[in-house]
Design a protein around this ligand. Sequence first.
Ligand code: IMP
Ligand code: MG
Length: 185
Amino acid sequence: MPSAVTGVIHDLERILLTPEQIHARVREMAARLNAELAGKVATVVALMDGGLFFVADLLRGLEMPVRLFTLSASSYHGGTATSGEVKVNWPANLDLRGQDVLLLDDILDTGLTLSVIRDRILAQEPASLRTCVLLSKRRQRLRDVPLDDAGFEIDDEFVVGYGMDYQGRFRNLPCIGILNPNKPS
Ligand code: IMP
Ligand code: MG
C-alpha cells in the first residue's frame, strides 16, 4: 500500500474488511444484478459522497446499459426530540417513471436517509426498484428499509474507509476499518 495510506491505517483500531474481501463481495453483488436486470437498462440512483467507491466498483461490474444519477443527502438525527430530518438535493430533471431503478448507498444505519429517498423514488412509479448497500449495521432502525442486497452485515460500530468518512477524513482508505478512539490525529 502507498505510504500515505499505511500512515492513515495507524488511526484504525482494526481493519474490518480488506480490499480483497470488499472487491470479491462487490463482484458477487454485480453478478446477481447482471442476472436480475439482464436485457434492461439500469437507472442507478447513487448516494454521495460515501457511496463513491462502492458505486464506482459495482458499476464497472454491471453488463447492462446504465444511466447514473448521483444525489447528496445529509441527515440530522440523534439526541433531539425529532425523529430526524433528511435533506436531499434532488435533480429537477430526474424522471424515474417506468424505469428499472437501482438505489445504492454505502451503509444502512438508522434507515432514515434511504427510507426518505425510497419513498420519493416510489412516488415516481418506477417499473422496479432495487435497494442495495455495501454495509448494513445490525441495530434497531428508526425506519425500516427493505434491502434487496447488502454486501456485509456489521456490528453497530462507526466505520471509515472505502468512501466512508469521519469528519471528512479517511474516505480514501482502500479497506474498511474501525477508528481508534484514542487516536484520530
Ligand atoms: P442513516 O440515515 O442513519 O441510515 O444514515 C446513513 C448515512 O449515514 C450513510 O449513508 C452514511 O453516509 C452515514 N453513516 C452511517 N453510519 C456510518 C458509519 O459508521 N461510518 C460512516 N458513515 C456512516
Ligand atoms: Mg451516505
